[in-house]
Design a protein around this ligand. Structure first.
Ligand SMILES: Cc1ncc(C[n+]2csc(CCOP(=O)(O)OP(=O)(O)O)c2C)c(N)n1
Length: 666
């Protein structure tokens, strides 16, 4: 797989002007000189870490130069050539690597883990694989808009073993999206050789399994890379389809500089050294009479001077001291809520599920850039029928059945957002969100804080127990997300809020986890406005005023609390949180100041739940107002069991009245 061809590299210049050939040389030289300098700085202890792409530059440079400047690229840790070929200013690049404010992430991100939409580059997160799905989403945007553009994502050979690789390629193939998936096959994934990574002869062989064109080329030959990508992109712009392009190359240095290359056979290293992309191309250009010693010297001096001045600028900058306010403010993309009250007074009795469906339909009518994605949501209407009839009204392009791959679809939703779309992903059941967890926690949630882009994505989460559906179709798993800065988490308890919060979620440019309790779908109904209206995210509601104690709850807990309080005949105040993140502490505190006693009720398990956080907040900030300990009632700390008798015991509702009475007795 990784044997280097020993014959001389052959460069085919047919149809390429001298100017272009020289430009490619210039672009190959620049990242090499930057890297030479970085290795020196590393030895001098002036930088802390470096992932080298030396010997692999022809791939990043050749492919970037082959694309149009506004085509989105998703580079990895060895693709410096993408940034240099897109003319990202070097002083800012170096400031980024050094964690300075004037980089691209205000000092919050390391190395190449940032994006710059101005340059149409979206950098990786540390996790290998997710960027492939983002490129798929951008491909979908291109196809929907008919823009005639491609997106390109790089991956290493090692990362092709990640599930995301398979999911992203499959989605792009099923939807025939114009995405180039470029495998940089450099022989090792850290210390793991190909024989321990995959079984096929070439990674391009996998293309056949996805039903996509695939080819293997010499990744060290810049003209071959340039020519191949140019040709592919040209065709894909007109006839959208994905391509798997395997570029053979070799990692000439350690995984990162400190880790060395002891495990690499010397013969392999020697063979590949003969195939250095820059030296070979230089030789070819000299033979052609296009490059001269003078031009070489001039170019080299030019870049070195440029690099030195950029370095100096970045070194002179002090370490970032962002005020805490700025750190916190940047967690979310700015958004000013504009109330949209219903005004015409027309109302219809709607069940919880119909309110969600109504809200979703009106969101689709209002935002013509909104795309819905989920398993079986198109003609079938979703397993709960929330999108029943949507295909007829909005068409299959905007109401998309997806293959079974939560991660790639959530990643694709983010890709759509990067191109100015809004996206909704329906989890068939909230439990299955675990298969898309990484995209939510590490990509969607952190994006704005990391480098300023936003994830305009709503994830609908049909959740909750009480239906005897067992451990994997019943969880109320909001606490997993509550702990993650950058997400918004809403959890309505009634039809009015269900519609209004959903519509507000689509107005908000931030990622929103929208929890909808399945047992509420058909069990409650109310007269709600027919018109479009929103309920503000981040605002709790007092659903019953009282003075004996405060019940703080949400979702199904609201109905439980109302019933229990009525049965006990006490004068309790009930707060429906409606939004869990960000939490409305003002409403909570006002109530607790008034009653002096508080119990938090939630369907989710007790340990590490939202109740614990609220209890901690109250004991720290309202201690002097409390006449009793803050109490909690929640599900047992077990997985949710299947048998109805066990499930009822698991849920908190049966224990709630007793706990309330205990609190009252204080
Ligand atoms: C999901 C995930 N698992 C493990 C790692 C740790 N890791 C970083 S790079 C790397 C090797 C990657 O190999 P490959 O994809 O071939 O890319 P290369 O470094 O060779 O360019 C590993 C294991 C990671 N970043 N992400």
């Amino acid at each position: 797989m990784q044997d280097a061809a020993v014959d001389q590299m052959v460069f085919n210049r047919e149809g390429l002007s001298d100017e272009l050939l020289l430009n490619l040389y210039n672009q190959l030289l620049y990242p090499r000189l930057i890297e030479d300098k970085m290795l020196k700085l590393l030895r001098q202890g002036k930088i802390s870490k470096w992932f080298s792409g030396i010997g692999q530059e022809a791939i990043a440079v050749g492919s970037t130069m082959a694309l149009l400047p506004d085509e989105m690229i998703f580079p990895m840790h060895r693709n410096l050539g993408v940034f240099t070929a897109r003319e990202v200013p070097f002083n800012r690049l170096f400031a980024q690597w050094q964690g300075k404010y004037s980089g691209f992430s205000k000092g919050r991100e390391r190395s190449f883990h940032f994006g710059t939409l101005e340059h149409h580059i979206v950098g990786m997160i540390s996790h290998l694989g997710p960027q492939l799905s983002l490129a798929t989403g951008v491909g979908l945007a291109h196809k929907l808009s008919g823009e005639g553009r491609v997106s390109l994502a790089y991956t290493g050979d090692g990362a092709t073993s990640e599930g995301e690789f398979h999911e992203a390629l499959n989605v792009a193939a099923v939807w025939q999206l114009p995405v180039i998936f470029l495998i940089e096959n450099n022989g090792y994934g850290l210390s793991t050789p190909p024989t321990e990574q995959y079984r096929c002869a070439q990674l391009a062989d996998r293309g056949i399994g996805y039903g996509m064109k695939a080819l293997t080329i010499d990744g060290n030959n810049v003209l071959e890379v340039y020519r191949t990508v140019s040709k592919l992109a040209e065709s894909m712009r007109e006839h959208p389809e994905p391509i798997l392009l395997e570029c053979m190359t070799f990692r000439m240095r350690g995984h990162e500089e400190a880790s060395g290359t002891k495990y690499v056979p010397k013969a392999l290293m020697d063979q590949w050294a003969l195939r250095d992309p820059l030296a070979n191309y230089e030789r070819f250009l000299m033979e052609e009479g296009i490059l001269t010693e003078n031009i070489k010297k001039e170019r080299s001096a030019h870049w070195k001077k440029h690099i030195e001045s950029g370095l100096q600028e970045a070194f002179e900058e002090s370490d970032p001291h962002n005020p805490i306010e700025e750190e916190l403010a940047d967690v979310y993309a700015p958004f000013e809520y504009q109330p949209s009250p219903a005004t015409n007074g027309l109302k219809t009795e709607k069940r919880f599920i119909d309110a969600i469906s109504d809200g979703l339909r009106q969101a689709m009518e209002k935002h013509d850039n909104l795309v819905l994605m989920g398993q079986d949501i198109a003609d079938y209407g979703g397993v709960f029928k929330i999108t029943d009839g949507f295909v007829r009204q909005f068409g299959k392009e905007r109401v998309r059945n997806t293959p079974l791959c939560e991660s790639a679809i959530i990643g694709a939703a983010l890709g759509l957002s990067l191109k100015g779309y809004k996206a909704m992903v329906e989890m068939q059941f909230a439990d299955f969100v675990t298969c898309g967890f990484n995209q939510i926690i590490n990509n969607l949630a952190k994006l704005h804080y990391r480098w300023g882009a936003n994830a305009d994505v709503v994830i609908r989460m049909p959740c909750g127990g009480g239906t005897g559906a067992g451990p994997f179709h019943s969880q109320s798993n909001e606490a997993w997300f509550f702990h993650t800065p950058g997400l918004k988490v809403v959890y309505p308890s009634n039809p009015y809020d269900a519609k209004g919060l959903l519509l507000a979620s689509f107005e908000d440019p931030n990622p929103v986890m929208y929890f909808e309790h399945k047992a509420l779908y058909r069990s409650i109904s109310a007269e709600i406005p027919d018109e479009y209206y929103t309920v503000e995210i981040g605002k709790a509601q007092v659903v019953r005023e009282g003075k004996d104690l405060s019940v703080i709850t949400y979702g199904m807990g609201v109905a439980w609390a109302q019933k229990t309080i009525a049965e006990l005949g006490i004068d309790a105040e009930i707060i429906d949180l409606r939004t869990l993140l960000p939490l409305d502490y003002d409403t909570i505190e006002t109530s607790v100041r008034k009653t002096g006693k508080v119990i938090i009720l939630h369907e989710d398990t007790l340990l590490g739940g939202i109740g614990g956080e609220i209890a901690a907040h109250l004991s720290e900030h309202l201690f002097e107002y409390l006449d009793a300990p803050v109490m909690r009632e929640a599900a047992l700390d077990t997985p949710i069991p299947f048998a109805i008798s066990l499930e009822q015991q698991f849920l908190p509702v049966g224990r709630f009245a007793e706990k309330v009475q205990k609190l009252l007795r204080y």
